[in-house]
Design a binder for this molecule. Structure first.
Ligand SMILES: [Zn+2]
Length: 165
């Protein structure tokens, strides 16, 4: 067999392997918050919700009806940024945003978040250290090895694609 053929088979093998890894590992949905529309189907499919605590100034802890609805779904819940503005964890010290986000999350759900994912996965090294001192930080590897849906279908890959692959 020619080298090129071997390489093609190898790459196809990796894609098949990735397909099964993504199929088996818990699926996730990003951008869960009252201010962002999320299809019921996507919320049903996902095992882990990445919640934005204060999107457009709307604190989830002030919407207890929403909090109990999310709790009733019995999904695993994680923290996803603070206001979900572009690069809010990428520039400068985000310790205040993180503290506020954790506090709002606790008020809403009654426990502390154990996982964190930055908006657009954008986070500088100082803020990485800060997050990791308090909880698990999900980055690019998490995004590759899990099916990650997005509320309002705003992801790099569409929810339809994520569903298939
Ligand atoms: Zn997001």
């Amino acid at each position: 067999m020619k080298l090129v053929q071997k390489m093609i088979i190898f790459i196809l093998g990796l894609i098949v392997l990735l397909f099964f890894i993504r199929l088996v590992l818990p699926s996730q949905v990003d951008d869960v918050t009252p201010g962002i529309y999320c299809e019921e189907e996507i919320l049903d499919k996902a095992d882990v919700y990445y919640v934005v605590p204060n999107f457009e100034g709307e604190s989830i802890s002030e919407n207890l009806e929403w909090c109990s609805m999310i709790l009733d779904s019995e999904k695993e819940l994680a923290l996803h940024g603070y206001e979900h503005t572009y690069q809010e964890f990428e520039s400068g010290d985000a310790s205040l945003k993180l503290d506020n986000g954790i506090e709002i999350f606790e008020e809403c759900f009654g426990y502390s978040p154990e996982r964190f994912k930055a908006p657009n996965l954008a986070i500088n090294s100082e803020n990485k250290k800060l997050v990791k001192s308090q909880m698990e930080l999900d980055g690019i590897f998490n995004q590759v090895f899990h099916k990650v849906y997005h509320c309002s279908d705003s992801g790099v890959f569409s929810n339809r694609f994520v569903s298939l692959f």
